[in-house]
Write a protein that binds this ligand. Structure first.
Ligand code: S3P
Length: 446
């Protein structure tokens, strides 16, 4: 939703040990894609475990505006009856994606490869985010940008092409959103669309397209990259989608249990896709006591239960090459680093500047507001840890960014003085059950 509601501050204070089991909500990336592929397949796609956060619900509404029938059957259980590739309706009104970069960018790919025109818009945060990175390849494929604000920002009026040109595109940054937009537009191309990325980004689009019957080839490219080739005009057949728990949401529970003395929790069903486990790898390097239990497969992804106990952590150097596998987790990692012994240096964070907020600047500011020594050097964030303690006592500006809010609330559960975030409302975009889930484990908010 674009219309900002009144800001609601929330305070987290030091609490007793966190205990118990909790399952974070469904993965946001997979939930968006479930709706979008449901729209593009003919017939009924059944989804269970869908994240019912505002971002995903906005994507569902946009799919309905393009002609799909989207229905909620019960908690996390949805069906979407798609119109099929090439048969989308031109939406009557604006597609309002609220805060959702993923929903809007992937849908630009869908619209860009169809003979329809749609207006994209969102909240003040989305309106600041760069969309040229998506529009550039779509224009190469034949789409036209009829209207745009301020150098490729929303609101954007995009005219798609019914016959997108199959292109080979090298993404300028490792971004699953750019890759996915090109592949989704390429679905309707007569021929092969290829995307090359220098660093591998999350592969949920490729995996789900394959699951729905498309021919997608993914091969290594260079030292860390991938080359993905998609054959256009596939028959997309609906398949049931089981959404695993979101590792990016699990990160807040994991961090809280590591930081609050005496904690011992189990986080259930967490997706272990190797392109999403950079945070876990970093925590293990820092000395975190995390046991990976019951590795199994759910809905085509490996998942596991994670037993997380309070740990004394040591600062580490996080290589820039790990960024795509933990891009959304740096905020909460910075909070964890504030409690570690020694310095943590997070390298190569330029992409954080163009997320829901300028996360590099906002995270550093939040740390400093809580009397943690944090500096930015070029695109690196350096945090000096307090060896088990963190002063806290700050008021953190969240800039319409859900992950900033949750990260600093986690800080407040373990810091000497309470931490207040200026607005908790955006948490509903990705993790609407954050507060009850955390309270169920023993967290205290007021
Ligand atoms: C996402 C990709 C990431 C991530 C975002 C979700 C996706 O963005 O930050 O929260 O679902 O494709 P980039 O790929 O643009 O870095």
């Amino acid at each position: 939703m674009s219309h900002s509601v009144t800001a609601k501050p929330l305070t987290a204070r030091a609490c007793g040990p966190l205990r118990g089991r909790a399952r974070p909500p469904g993965d946001k990336s997979i939930s968006h894609r479930a709706f979008l592929l449901g729209l593009l397949a003919v017939g009924e796609t059944k989804v269970s475990g869908l994240l019912e956060g505002e971002d995903v619900l906005n994507t569902g509404r946009a799919c309905a505006q393009l002609g799909a029938t989207v229905e909620r059957l019960g908690e996390g259980r949805w069906t979407i009856r798609g119109m099929g590739l090439g048969s989308l309706l031109e939406p009557a009104g604006t597609l309002d994606f609220g805060n959702a970069g993923t929903g809007s960018r992937l849908m630009m790919g869908v619209v860009g490869g169809h003979g329809i025109t749609a207006r994209f818009d969102g909240d003040a945060s989305l309106r600041k985010r760069p969309m040229r990175r998506i529009l550039d390849p779509l224009v190469l494929m034949g789409a036209q940008v009829l209207e745009q604000a301020d150098g490729g920002r929303c609101p954007i009026l995009l005219k798609g092409t019914p016959e997108p040109a199959p292109i080979e595109y090298r993404t300028p940054v490792a971004s699953a959103q750019i890759k996915s937009a090109v592949l989704l537009a390429g679905l309707n191309a007569l021929g092969r669309t290829t995307v090359i990325e220098n660093e591998a980004s999350r592969d949920h689009t490729e995996k789900m397209l394959t699951f729905f019957g498309a021919s997608v080839m993914s091969e290594p490219f260079g030292a860390h990259g991938r080359k993905i080739t998609l054959d256009g005009r596939p028959e997309l057949a609906p398949r049931p989608i089981v959404v695993p728990a979101d590792p990016s949401s699990a990160a807040f529970l994991i961090a809280a249990s590591l930081l609050v003395k005496g904690s011992d929790i189990v986080v259930e069903g967490v997706m272990m896709n190797p392109l999403r486990t950079g945070f876990l790898a970093t925590l293990l390097e820092m000395g975190a006591n995390i046991e990976i239990l019951d590795r199994r497969e759910e809905g085509g992804e490996e998942v596991a239960d994670l037993r997380v106990q309070f740990s004394e952590l040591t600062g580490v150097d996080v290589p820039a090459s790990r960024a795509p596998a933990m891009i959304d987790e740096y905020l909460v990692l910075a909070v964890v680093a504030a409690f570690a012994r020694g310095v943590t240096r997070m390298n190569g964070l330029q992409e954080l500047r163009v997320k829901e907020s300028d996360r590099l600047a906002a995270t550093a500011a939040g740390l400093v507001a809580n009397r943690v020594k944090a500096t930015i050097e070029d695109d690196d964030l350096i945090v000096e840890g307090g060896a088990g303690a963190c002063p806290g006592g700050g008021l953190v500006e969240t800039h319409l960014d859900h992950r900033l809010a949750m990260s600093f609330l986690v800080m407040g559960l373990a810091s000497d003085k309470p931490v207040t975030v200026d607005d908790e409302t955006m948490i509903a975009t990705s993790f609407p059950t954050f507060r009850p889930l955390m309270v169920g484990l023993g967290a205290e908010f007021s």
